[in-house]
Ligand binder design. Sequence first.
Ligand code: SF4
Length: 302
Amino acid sequence: MQITNKHNINKVIHTVIEKITRQQFASKEDAYIRVTDIIRPSHQFALIEKHFDEIKMDVTETIFTMIGTAVHGLIAKHIEHIPALVKFAEKRFQTVFSNTTISGQIDLYMDGTLTDFKTSGVWGLTSSSRSKKIAEWTKQLNIYKYFLEKNNIDVYSLEIVVIYRDWSRAIAEKNDDYPKLCYDTVKIEILPNHEIEEYITNQLEKINIARQGHTEECSDEDKWKKKYLFKVMKEGAKRATRSKIEDYETAKEIKDSLDGNYKIIQEGGKPTRCLYYCNVKEYCPFYKNYIKNNKELLTNEN
Ligand code: SF4
């Protein structure tokens, strides 16, 4: 994995980010699979593993990982001052599952509660992606819980502590839907162990198949594909007269009610992760195919 420095930002930051980022991705040399890779689409995981040495990312694309790592480091450093009967932070656990070693780092465990810390943009947790994120975290934290219980440590509750890295007081004062604090706690549902075991078994199977090159396209959910919406636009206009219309019939009614030359345009349905958040898209046949078939649509949007 190569972390480039196209904008010539501070050398120390570049070096730190390079180190942190490389640790977050699977390479062929790893003797284990990370929990974060278990919950990743298996096709994407196999591509990362295969192309690890070729993947290029600019330091500016991954700079926020520094904030997350700093938060984890500070918690580990200061946990000794917090009163609790049983506690630990930043501790790695491993377990062997169907001959595969799975490894995961627990951010914090205190008196029966397992906590994971996330730094996130506000948009990521207030938009339609909130439920997707929570579904992903539910799997992640329940696998950690499974690890702890295998080590005879009881877990009674799971939570995610979110620190919003771009929170704005000014927006919070104006917008009712915006978080009122720069911090949030999300309670995570506890799943029964047999469900977690079944999930891990299925994912490992998918990973093994993907590693052999028999790839299954990432699901629409994994691609963070948004639902289709419609907008009504006047011919030649740059902005839509009405947008975010849920169904075609309503869009047509609106169009027919307007005087003049209007058209209906379909929007949404874009694989957001493939387009903007997948580091292996250039090696992905499904992505290449999507770009080829949607050239016109993507050009019009730019
Ligand atoms: S580009 Fe999309 S389909 Fe391909 S690996 Fe990435 S997320 Fe999956």
